[in-house]
Design a protein around this ligand. Structure first.
Ligand code: S3P
Length: 172
């Protein structure tokens, strides 16, 4: 188990809208760490938005990009806060890579809260032209167990302040 924490990164996983980027930026600012978001990283590498990548190259291509980005980050990052796209951990290969990078933190957020945060989102191709509530159910059914299994620690985000949530990570 030594190896799992050698790189010292904090990796935030969870559903779209669970607050990975917001909480990740907070940790970076208050705990003096660097913050990286895999979606931002992909967008700048490809010089395209996530929407454009899905539209012009398709989801499969995006998933390949995610794996190559995780490999790249695994080789170079230590002591960073990394927020990863909500679907990245679905691939077992990516789960293994993340496990070697540090603590994998699952942000668990109630569905009603996800709906509030996602209802005005227009940069998430998987939520475009669908019934939001149904799509959350459908994806959660496939992913909830994966999030839990991939995580070193599960952090409840409902009615919690960030300092409190951070303590859960440190104490795990
Ligand atoms: C996705 C989540 C998004 C982004 C892409 C696909 C997913 O990231 O990677 O739209 O499959 O759940 P966020 O979780 O940061 O919204």
């Amino acid at each position: 188990k030594m190896r799992a924490h050698m790189a010292g990164n904090i990796i935030l996983i969870g559903f779209m809208g669970s607050g990975k980027s917001t909480f990740g930026k907070w940790i970076a600012k208050h705990k003096d760490m660097e913050f990286i978001d895999t979606d931002d990283y992909i967008e700048s590498k490809e010089n395209m938005s996530i929407n454009e990548i899905f539209e012009t190259k398709g989801e499969e291509y995006f998933r390949e990009l995610e794996t190559s980005v995780v490999k790249e980050l695994q080789a170079k990052l230590t002591n960073c806060v990394i927020s990863v796209g909500g679907g990245l951990v679905v691939k077992p290969e990516n789960q293994k890579l993340l496990a070697n990078m540090g603590k994998v933190v699952y942000l668990e957020t109630p569905k009603c809260e996800l709906i509030k945060r996602l209802s005005s989102s227009n940069n998430r191709p998987l939520l475009k032209d669908v019934n939001l509530s149904d799509r959350i159910d459908e994806l959660m059914e496939k992913r909830e167990e994966i999030y839990k299994k991939a995580a070193t620690v599960k952090v409840d985000t409902a009615n919690r302040d960030f300092e409190d949530m951070y303590k859960d990570i440190i104490n795990s």
